[in-house]
Design a binder for this molecule. Structure first.
Ligand SMILES: [Zn+2]
Length: 251
């Protein structure tokens, strides 16, 4: 199929969408930095059958890098031995080696930050690392080109779309919504009600925010509600990409 062809979506009585089971809607989560709170978050996802993509910085993981959040909380990274099986059933993706702001970085540095992180994570986890999530809010055509050349299948960027429509270009995957935004619940409710096809609800964030903002309860309520939707499938980012590529939606 060419990139201009859209997926076939029938009315909701006869689902024929691009996702497993012919479903038209996918729910996916992208969480950055590999911090201690990921442990509790993964437990939550597993309880409700949801899928997450976790974006890690391999070099900071080995350094056990920590910093102080504005709330006074010390944010710590999980060390390699703690993550080996934590993300089983979920996706691990690259978030660069050291989380640099790449606006002034040249091609060589970008390739190193992406390619070496991918290699380190593949060695640690023994599985292919196919996704990349940009650190901070900077992204450029050079970074997209480097991500392709490093062998990634997609790049998730920090710009927020507030849209359920997935991108045509997997190397410009904008964030659906940031999890601390006020209208998170309305965004998810809109997704549960939409007839658009394909529709992807993508939430991005850092799990330490759930401690800092005391949001574990509301997030669990949201996950419970989504998990009860019969027409929604729960996928990692790479699974969304593979389904949309197979359907000809994504290049
Ligand atoms: Zn980050």
């Amino acid at each position: 199929m060419g990139a201009d062809e859209t997926v076939t979506c029938k009315g909701d009585s006869a689902m024929n969408g691009p996702f497993p089971g012919g479903k038209t809607k996918a729910f996916t989560l992208s969480y950055d930095d590999g911090v201690l709170q990921d442990v509790r978050f993964v437990e939550l996802l597993n309880r409700y059958g949801l899928k997450g993509t976790f974006n890690l910085n391999s070099e900071l993981m080995y350094q056990q890098f920590a910093w102080t959040h504005e709330s006074g909380m010390v944010v710590k990274r999980l060390p390699p031995e703690a993550v080996l099986h934590l993300y089983d059933g979920h996706e691990v993706a690259s978030h660069t080696l050291t989380h640099p702001y790449l606006d002034t970085a040249g091609e060589g540095e970008i390739l190193w930050q992406m390619g070496q992180d991918k290699a380190n994570l593949e060695q640690l986890f023994g599985r292919e690392i196919a996704g990349f999530a940009a650190p901070f809010d900077f992204y450029s055509p050079l970074m997209a080109d480097c991500a392709r050349r490093c062998g990634f299948s997609y790049a998730r960027i920090s710009q927020v779309s507030h849209s359920y429509t997935p991108p045509r270009d997997p190397f410009y995957w904008t964030a659906g919504i940031f999890h601390l935004e006020e209208h998170l619940e309305a965004f998810v409710q809109g997704f549960l009600e939409t007839d658009a096809c394909p529709a992807v609800c993508q939430i991005v964030g850092h799990t330490y925010d759930l401690d800092a903002e005391n949001l574990w309860g509301p997030m669990e309520d949201l996950f419970r509600r989504v998990s009860e939707a019969q027409d929604v499938v729960f996928l990692t980012h790479i699974e969304v990409v593979r389904c949309l590529q197979a359907a000809g939606w994504m290049g």
